[in-house]
Ligand binder design. Structure first.
Ligand SMILES: *Cc1c(COP(=O)(O)O)cnc(C)c1O
Length: 393
C-alpha cells in the first residue's frame, strides 16, 4: 500500500498555482533524487549553507545567500539581520528589539506576509496614502515621504516587489542609501521572469527574499535570502543551531567570517524556522534546473499543459492569457456564478485560482499540475460549466 493510501490521503488537482495552502507544486524527479541523496548522509550545516551561498551568488549576483525555510522565513531572517547586524547582544535581545527596529514601507504595499518582520521584533512604519487604490485619486507614497520617515530607529526600508509597486525600487534605494539604511525586498513570487533573480539586487537592494517552492520548483518549505555578505551572515547566524563549544565555531569565508563578532550569540530568532539538508540540496538542484531551462522553454512547457486541459474541455469557452506564466481564463459571467462553479470544482477535488473571482473569472494556473491531472482537470471544468452555467458541449 502506498504511504498516502495508508494515511487515508487522496491528492487534489491543484490548478491554483504553487500556493502554500494547497501544498505548493510537484517536484521534478531530479529534485526528489537530490533530496533523497542528501537525506541518506549527514553534513555540517555550515558546509551546506556555504555551498548554497556559492550557488546563489552565481545565480543572483549577490555577495552571499542562504537557503531558508521559505520566503517568509527569509523575510523574518532578513529583518532580524537588518535590526541586529553582527552584534550578538542585539541578536540575543530579539524579538524585544533595540532602538533600530522600524521598517519603513509604502502603505499600499502592506500585505499579510509582512507579519514576518513583526515576528522578528520589527515595527512597520507606513508611509503615504494609496489614493490610486482607494479610487479617490492618482497618488501613492512618494520617495520624499519615505526619506522623511527614516530616522535613528530605522532598521531598513521594506519594498514589496510587484509590477505596480510605487515608489520604484530605484527611488527607494536612493533615499534609503542616502540615509545609510539598507533596503529589504520581498520578491517571493516575482519569478519568472528569470531576470528578476538579479534585477532587484542590481537595482541596489541589500537583501532579497525569493520563494523556493514557487516557480523555481524547489521543496515547498524552501526559500532564498540573498544580498550583502554581512547581512546574510547575520541572518545565517540567527537561523543556525549554535549548540557547539564556542571556540569551534568558524563562519565560512562565504559569509565574511566571525572575527567581527565579540562572542557567539545564543540560538537566534530564526532557529525556529530552520531549513533542513533536504531543503537546501533540493532547492539548489531546482535552482540549477530553473536557470538551465530558461524562459521560453518553461513558458512552452506551461502552455502545453494548458492546451491539454483546453483540449479535454471540448467546446467549453475559455481563453489562454499570455504572460511570464501563461494562464487559462474561464469567464463565468459574474462573481456569484464564478463562486458557484468554483465550489462545484472543489467538490470534485479540483482547486482553481480565485485571484480574479470578483471579476467573475476563474483562472487555471499550470505550475502545480501533474501530467496525470490534465485530462481529468479539463473534464471537470467542462462538467462544472455544463451543470452550473448550462453550457451544452
Ligand atoms: C508566497 C509569498 C510569500 C511567502 O513565501 P513562502 O516561500 O511560502 O514562505 C511572501 N511574500 C509574498 C509576496 C508571497 O507571494
Amino acid at each position: 500500500m502506498s504511504a498516502l493510501a495508508a494515511l487515508g490521503l487522496a491528492p487534489i488537482i491543484n490548478a491554483a498555482g504553487t500556493v502554500t495552502r494547497l501544498s505548493g507544486g510537484i517536484l521534478a524527479p531530479e529534485v526528489v533524487a537530490a533530496m533523497a541523496e542528501a537525506s541518506a548522509a549527514c553534513f555540517d550545516m555550515l558546509d551546506l549553507q556555504a555551498a548554497a551561498s556559492r550557488e546563489i551568488a552565481a545565480a543572483t549576483g549577490a555577495e552571499a545567500g542562504i537557503v531558508t525555510g521559505g520566503a517568509s522565513a527569509a523575510l523574518l531572517l532578513g529583518a532580524a539581520a537588518c535590526m541586529a547586524g553582527l552584534d550578538p547582544v542585539a541578536m540575543n535581545a530579539l524579538p524585544a528589539a533595540g532602538p533600530r527596529r522600524d521598517f519603513v514601507m509604502s502603505r499600499s504595499q502592506r500585505n499579510m506576509y509582512d507579519r514576518a518582520l513583526e515576528v522578528a521584533g520589527g515595527r512597520i512604519v507606513e508611509v503615504g496614502i494609496p489614493d490610486r487604490f482607494s479610487g479617490a485619486g492618482v497618488r501613492d507614497a512618494s520617495a520624499g515621504e519615505i526619506a522623511a520617515a527614516i530616522g535613528p530607529n530605522t532598521a531598513a526600508v521594506f519594498w514589496v516587489a510587484q509590477p505596480w509597486s510605487e515608489p520604484s525600487l530605484e527611488e527607494v534605494v536612493r533615499v534609503a542609501h542616502a540615509a545609510g539604511v539598507p533596503v529589504l525586498v520581498d520578491a517571493a513570487a516575482q519569478l519568472p521572469p528569470l531576470a528578476h533573480l538579479r534585477g532587484f539586487l542590481e537595482a541596489g537592494a541589500d537583501l532579497v527574499a525569493f520563494s523556493g517552492g514557487k516557480a523555481i520548483g524547489g521543496p515547498q518549505a524552501s526559500g532564498i535570502l540573498a544580498g550583502r555578505r554581512k547581512l546574510v551572515a547575520s541572518a545565517l547566524l540567527q537561523m543556525l543551531d549554535l549548540d557547539l563549544p564556542e571556540a569551534q565555531f568558524r563562519l565560512p569565508p562565504e559569509f565574511a567570517g566571525n572575527a567581527l563578532m565579540p562572542f557567539l550569540p545564543r540560538h537566534g530568532i530564526g532557529r525556529s524556522c530552520k531549513a533542513g539538508k533536504e531543503e537546501v540540496v533540493g532547492l539548489l538542484v531546482a535552482l540549477r534546473r530553473f536557470l538551465a531551462e530558461g524562459e521560453a522553454p518553461r513558458q512552452a512547457r506551461m502552455l502545453a499543459r494548458l492546451r491539454a486541459v483546453q483540449a479535454a474541455m471540448g467546446s467549453t469557452p475559455c481563453e489562454i492569457a499570455e504572460g511570464p506564466t501563461p494562464l487559462l481564463l474561464l469567464r463565468c459571467g459574474d462573481a456569484a456564478a464564478a463562486a458557484r462553479v468554483e465550489a462545484a470544482l472543489r467538490a470534485r477535488r479540483v482547486h482553481v485560482n480565485q485571484g480574479r473571482l470578483r471579476d467573475g473569472v476563474l483562472v487555471v494556473h499550470p505550475a502545480a499540475l501533474a501530467e496525470r491531472d490534465l485530462v481529468p482537470l479539463g473534464q471537470a471544468l467542462a462538467a462544472a460549466f455544463a451543470s452550473d452555467l448550462g453550457w451544452a458541449p
